[in-house]
Design a protein around this ligand. Structure first.
Ligand code: NAD
Ligand code: DAU
Length: 357
């Protein structure tokens, strides 16, 4: 089992990263320190980590506001905190934004990963046990038809600027392993849901719009399929890889839980009606089919047998109760939603979609 001491988490103020840090600091097999390096874009929010700062700030948890593309800042953090492990979440993560403005995606997702790898290469010369874990996505594999699954050896076929930027960063990570013998692992995960997800992504967007009785924009015919996984299950898989994963390996992580978008939106409408005391069908009238996403991938489905067999990981949430918990969280945290939506996101939505959402 790999021993981890000073972990650099990039993008720790975002959705998955903030949940990861919270879980990590509660992990019984981890006694070390976490350094969260985040630029705080529209998607990064220190409110996500208020409890962590309160309980561990200045002792086991440290926040550094910096851009992963800033080589000086990244190198300084590596040296000042004697980093031995990197968990690289930081990215521009929203496909729609990548269609409207790909430049930021290439900068952060590709160049930023390059800067981090270079820092690891120069700071870790001769350092025993140092390890770089790169968080990637199932979208690098492209789009499936009605059958079949993505395996770790499925050829890459990214089809959006977002997935292409992630795919190119994956290749770079592998190249550093082969060329410089850097110890690396990569995970390719399916769609996450859970608390603290920015309300531009399907599930929190729908919950937020249902609550406010706004339109529920469903792209195209609504029959695209995604495989949903609770964020804690993603993060327990990352922990398994960090501690037991083999350098040079890729691990697929998935929920084995495929849903057509429109069916999922129906379930959200029904569950919300239950929570808010409305008649079962009440919110479905808000559904509006809108213009499809350009190049919209039809279906994602992950085969995650490898991580189950080799590292003993499995999902722990069932979707029904996971969704209930998630809806409750957003209902109880309406102020959080209002706060994160009050800035850049609102401006971006208005510029690109008018008042649709
Ligand atoms: P997110 O958008 O919620 O958070 C991204 C975080 O990265 C934010 O805190 C942001 O401030 C930070 N960041 C962005 N650019 C930065 C930069 N240049 N320098 C430093 N920090 C920067 O994203 P998320 O949904 O939490 O996704 C995290 C990672 O997981 C990403 O790499 C994404 O590709 C991957 N992933 C996400 C999902 C999903 O369903 N959300 C699924 C599979 C993989
Ligand atoms: O598969 C993993 C990926 O999942 C991650 O790599 C990405 O970072 C993450 O954003 C997510 O990408 P998707 O594009 O699948 O997620 P999103 O929530 O944007 O959309 C899910 C599906 O719902 C997709 O088919 C598009 C559709 N959709 C989305 C929105 C925001 C709608 O129909 N209406 C919407 O308003």
């Amino acid at each position: 089992m790999r021993k981890l001491q000073n972990i650099l988490v990039t993008g720790g103020a975002g959705f998955i990263g903030s949940n990861f840090i919270r879980n990590l600091l509660g992990e019984k097999d981890f006694e070390g320190r976490v350094i969260n390096l985040d630029k705080l874009t529209y998607a990064g929010n220190l409110e996500n980590l208020k409890d962590v700062e309160k309980n561990h700030g200045g002792k086991r948890y440290f926040f550094v506001r910096a851009d992963i593309c800033d080589s000086d800042a990244v190198n300084r953090v590596f040296r000042e905190h004697d980093i031995d492990t990197v968990v690289h979440f930081a990215a521009e993560s929203h496909v729609d934004r990548s269609i409207h403005g790909p430049a930021e995606f290439i900068k952060t997702n590709f160049m930023g990963t390059f800067i981090l790898l270079e820092a690891a290469r120069s700071c870790w010369q001769g350092k025993e046990g140092a390890h770089f874990h790169h968080i990637s996505t199932d979208e690098v594999y492209g789009s499936l038809g009605e059958t079949g699954y993505f395996f770790e050896n499925t050829p890459y076929d990214p089809r959006s600027p977002y997935s292409a930027s992630k795919a190119s960063s994956d290749h770079l990570v592998n190249a550093y392993c082969h060329t410089y013998n850097l110890s690396v692992t990569i995970s390719n995960c399916s769609n996450n849901y859970g608390p603290y997800q920015f309300p531009e992504k399907l599930i929190p967007l729908m919950i937020s719009n249902i609550r406010e009785e706004k339109n529920l924009p469903v792209y195209g015919d609504g029959r695209n399929i995604r495989d949903w996984l609770h964020v804690d299950d993603h993060n327990s898989a990352v922990w398994a890889i960090l501690t037991k994963g083999k350098s040079g390996e890729t691990y697929n992580i998935g929920g084995e839980n495929e849903w057509e978008n429109i069916k999922l939106v129906h379930v959200l409408c029904e569950k919300m009606a239950g929570f808010l005391g409305k008649e079962k069908e009440y919110y479905k009238k808000l559904i509006s089919y809108v213009k499809d996403r350009a190049g919209h991938d039809r279906r994602y489905a992950i085969n995650c047998d490898k991580i189950k067999k080799e590292l003993g990981w499995k999902q722990s949430y069932d979707f029904n109760s996971g969704l209930d918990m998630t809806i409750k969280w957003y209902l109880e945290n309406a102020v959080w939603i209002a706060n994160v939506k009050s800035g850049e996101y609102q401006k971006w939505m208005e510029k690109n979609y008018g008042t649709r959402a």
